[in-house]
Structure formats: structure tokens, C-alpha cells
Ligand binder design. Sequence first.
Ligand SMILES: Nc1nc2c(ncn2[C@@H]2O[C@H](COP(=O)(O)OP(=O)(O)OP(=O)(O)O)[C@@H](O)[C@H]2O)c(=O)[nH]1
Ligand SMILES: [Mg+2]
Length: 491
Amino acid sequence: MASSLTTFSDEARIALDTVAGRATSLFTPSLRLGVTGLSRAGKTVFISALVHNLVHGGRLPLFEAQKSGRIARAFLEQQPDDAVPRFQYEDHIAALVDQRIWPDSTRAISELRLTIEYESASGWNRMFSAGKLSVDIVDYPGEWLLDLPLLGKSYADFSNEAFELAALPVRADLAREWRTLSADASADADADELTARRLAESFAAYLKACKLDERALSTLPPGRFLMPGDLDGSPALTFAPLPGLGATRARPGSLHAMMERRYEAYKTHVVKPFFREHIARLDRQIVLIDAMQALNAGPAAMADLERAVTEILACFRPGRGSFLTDWFSRRIDRILIAATKADHLHHESHDRLQAIVRRLADRAIAKASFTGAAVDVVAMAAVRATREGTVKQGGETLPVIIGTPLAGERIGDQTFDGNTETAIFPGDLPKSVDAVFEDHRAADLDEVDPAVRFVRFRPPKLERTAEGVTLSLPHIRLDRALQFLIGDRLA
Ligand SMILES: Nc1nc2c(ncn2[C@@H]2O[C@H](COP(=O)(O)OP(=O)(O)OP(=O)(O)O)[C@@H](O)[C@H]2O)c(=O)[nH]1
Ligand SMILES: [Mg+2]
């Protein structure tokens, strides 16, 4: 009896030790921040600028902990997950700061741990917390995230939706070849590898064409058809939607049955593990959107962007009726939808851009019946590539932005060399938010006038202090984004 009692209290002490260890220095509180967005949305630039500004004590007046001088230091540490590629911060900063070129496209998931030492604002917290927070930043392609809704869709749902989307005026011409090929395929015919491959290749070619298209189409599952990684050519990637599928079950041995099995394999072997290992562990999420490009491309692209944001939000929706609920070990409690690249507009238009994003987010929240996390929006520039000025023209004073257009960019018949600074009148966003969302589906796409036109600029030249210290990267409202995403954890 006595001995078993001893054992019991030993165990109790071990358990207590573990708890105590976690509460003190052995355990630094951490926060997992997911950064996503469709390709070229600005994920890499955002993470690089965020880390650079924190590590170098950048100007962040809207980030309370920094403004009140409570951040002692911020530094990079080893990331917790050894099997995930590291976010190559140093390379990206070297490109941005030293060479003044934008970092290369990154096509997979990566991770970085940034640890912040701070002094808590409240005396009570100062007594009980170590004043240390590790932010694990996870950069992953939005295209992969958009696969998650597939988990709740049968092969027939997926097929029917794919054909519906392909019939929209913005996509119809890009989808023509694939649709013609599909029309000849019979779902009930005997399964045939060559037919499956031809259909899959044609379908993938259509998705890629949408991605490259200047009309900036954004929703394109399955994500691995665009970025296959090491799965290229495997059966899990050799499927395509089939037309006219009803509720009838596939005949064993048919093309329908073969495609359906591969679609299910894609979900089991690609989509589920990605979600379980990465998305389900997030605490906070920022979704970057390229609203500038969509505005530039017109209302059809805006509608497409809205569809993408709706689907993305649906992925984070917890609660009953969501097929993802059980997987959330932690729960995402804040989501920021951020339109980056606002430095292409004069500041007078920044609030209008934010209003446009707000409208887009509100509609997406309503459509996705989204609840569970606080959602905010911001119009920002992670890296501000322009300055502002005015130009007098014919007695009128015009607000302009000044920057170095990338080599090869054009305005009218002028082509830029990549070294010349130029003042540009970017145009104003319309006062009425509605104007940019007007549905022109039936109209001839070429007749729709975009709200703004812009050229792309090189990253800015960084100023140096008298002592020769390089200042941190300039930005627009990056501090507001930071405050929403991590500010409360440094209180
Ligand atoms: N002016 C300006 N341009 C930006 C900003 N952020 C991104 N860009 C532009 O957008 C491009 C894409 O940015 P990235 O950060 O590489 O985008 P990404 O989402 O990581 O793209 P992938 O890695 O291809 O998925 C850059 O090459 C820049 O041209 C910004 O804050 N200001
Ligand atoms: Mg990237």
C-alpha cells in the first residue's frame, strides 16, 4: 500500500514539474502566424518587411508595443519544425535592400521563427510572464489552401463546378480546348490510361492559362495541378472533371470510376496531410490579396478575387457542419485580409482601397457564413517603393507618386530603363465602392474600363543615417497589420 502511494506522489510531482517548467523560462509562449495569398500576392515581401522592421526597430507608430518602447529586441531563432524548409529571410533582404530587386517567386511552404523580448505593459503580467514571444511565421501558397474545400466535395460536385466556372465569359476561351476534349469523353466508357492522361493534361493546361492570363483569374483548384512538387505524373494528379455527372454511381471499371478514385486519392494523400500538419496548427492568419491587379483588370477579376476570398474564409470556418472542425487543435481567432502594394496609389486613395477590401471581405464573410474569428481588413504596402509629390499641369496641381519603374515597364510610348525616377499620376480609385464591383459578365470584356492603371516600381533606395546605418524598409500601414496580428500578445 505504502509503496504504491509513494509512486503515486512521485508521478504527481513529475506532472507538477512539467507544468511549472512550462510556466517559466523553459517554455516561451509561441504564436503561429499563417501567411497566405495567391501566387504573386506579396507573401514573401510581406514577411521579409515585417521581420526587417521588427529586427531593426523600424518606424511602427501604430504598433503599440514598439511605439511605447517596450520591445527590448527581436531576433531570429531556429524554427520548431525540422522538416519544413526555412523561409530564406537573408536572401530576400539581400535582394530587396542591396540589389533593389524583388525576391524570387517561392513555390512551396516555408517557416521562420522570430522571437520578441518585451516588457509587459501591466505590472501584473510583468510579474508572471517571461516577456518573450516566439512568432512562428508559416508562408504557404493560397492555391494549396483552396484545395481544402475539395474535402467537402464529391467528385461529381467538383466536376460540375469546374464546368460551370469554365463556362464563365472570362474563362470560356481559355477552356475551349479542354471542354471540346471532355465533350468527346464518355464517363461510362471503359477506363483508359491514355484518355485519363490526355484529359488531365488538357485540364492542367487550362488552369495554367487562367493563372497566366492578364485578366488575373484567381480560383483554380486543384492547387497541385499548378504546383505539383514531387507528385508530378502520379495517378493522384492524373484526373480531370467529367461532364454531365448526375447522382448515379460510377460503373466499376469505367473512366468515371477511375477518375473518381484518383480524385479521392488526391484528397487523402495531398490535401488532408497538408491541412493537418500545417493549417490546423495556426493561431492567426493573414490573407494577402492583390487588389491592385484585380482593379486594374476590371470587375470580372474583382468578382473572381471575391470568390477566392470566400473560399479561403470557408477553409477557416470552425463549428458544426464544417468538415474541418475536428482537425483544429488550436483555433484561429484573428484573420486579416490585406490588400498590399497600396504604394501604387496616392495616399488620398488608400482609404478608398481599404473600403473596397472591406466590401469584398464583408461579402465573402456573408457568402461563406463565416463566424468564429475576428476578421479585419487593411490596405497597406509591406514595402513602399514610392514617394509622394505634386506636379503642376495647366494651372492644375496633380497628386503624383514618384518611384523608379522596373526596366521594361511602359507608359504610353515611353519604355523605362530601370534607373530613371519618374513622377506618375496613378489615377484615383472611384469614390463609389460599387463601381469596381459592377457585374459586367455579359458585357464585352474589352470595353470595361479598369479603375486604375499602374506600372511596377523597383524597391526603394534605403536612406542612411549620418552614422551610415541603413534604416529599415519603408512601408504603409504594416504597423497596423502587426498590431492586429500580434499586438494583443505583447500587452
Ligand atoms: N510596390 C510594391 N510591390 C510589391 C509589394 N509587395 C509585393 N510587390 C510586388 O509583387 C511581387 C510579388 O511579391 P512576392 O512577395 O514575391 O509574392 P508571393 O506571394 O510571395 O509570390 P509567390 O512566391 O510567387 O507565390 C513582387 O515581385 C513585387 O513586384 C509592395 O509592398 N509594394
Ligand atoms: Mg513567395
